[in-house]
Design a protein around this ligand. Sequence first.
Ligand code: ADE
Length: 421
Amino acid sequence: MTAAVFDIKDISLADRGNDRIEWALNEMPVTRQLLDRLGKQKPLAGLRISGCLHITTETANLARVLTAAGADLVLCASNPLSTQDDVAAALVRHFAIPVFAIKGEDTDTYYQHIKAALDHRPQITLDDGADLVSEMHKTRAHLLDNMIGGTEETTTGVIRLRAMARDKALKFPIVAVNDAMTKHLFDNRYGTGQSTIDGIIRATNILLASKVFSVVGYGWCGRGIALRAKGHGARVIVTEVDPLRALEAAMDGYQVMPLIDAAKISDFIVTVSGDKHVVDRRHMEVMKDGCVMANSGHFNVEINIPALEALSIEKRRHRDYVDEYRLPDGRHLRLLAEGRLVNLSAAEGHPAAVMDMSFANQALVVAFLAKQGKQLEHTVHSVPDNIDKEVALLKLQSMNISIDTLTAEQQSYLSSWREGT
Ligand code: ADE
């Protein structure tokens, strides 16, 4: 049953990974239903699919749905530090899915693994950050003709793909799973909120109560992190460049100020801006001794690590996932998880109950692409509304929550302009 080709850390970890995959499935009721339904319908029969995703227990359960639905699936990592090696082993041994992913792989290996996923000659891609799609367009253009379509899981990937579409460079349709309501309202907010705090606590074991905790960026991820940091008793500051988001943060009860001022008083600075060098040299020059910096945005560019290296005279790994930099003036600045996604590097990523919705969208969108992808324009598309609503309904059912329905009178009132006071 073991896959024939793969590149993972250690196949002997497979049983442990399998137990953890089963544990996650307990928290994924919508995924369980899809496993059953798509497993019977086989809408992906014979389709070659390559997924560039974080290799976690939740992704393993998505992979089970796709293969049960008939897909011929290959997986590679979407981040060098996010792979759960026991899960990679279980996928290879227990589910015969070729996986190319090793936690801590260097950049060359990361791209070799993406190339291995492209060697599969996919007809459908699943991406988290758009590296697979970007690499196919840059180095394997001959594969583009095979393609039916792709999905994109995260905000950063959607931004990159929209830029490709704007430049008319995108050669097949993409569905932005990130933009489904049942994805970003829950995964980005409650998933990133909990898992980022989890990663920071596992890495540092520092008490958050009473600490000054700055969140850089108040999108859905920033909102979730700020909320959970506040729940731990931290004094939360939000920094923003968008006036509307800054105003919202102020009305949500946070202090709002420029990062250069926040840097002087913060014990923690967490980036979720999606942009480059938002924590820069000038901020590091004024940071408090002991300040902990972490990133939960997709790429490791949000904190200017080369500037930190240049500013410091000594660096040591003080704990797993904690690099401590000593500056000439005696201050110590701490960087978690080498500036990579702290929630997936130092913890286990979002909990299964939120990934349940994100990955239900993924599975249903892949089935939609299999059926209708060839008719779609080569641009970035929204998740069809019926899929978003179905995921919400299935999740509600699994939580034993029922809702009301409109009466005929209410329906007609909402569609009429004649009635007033
Ligand atoms: N992205 C964030 N959390 C994740 C998880 N647990 N699995 C896969 N992708 C993720």
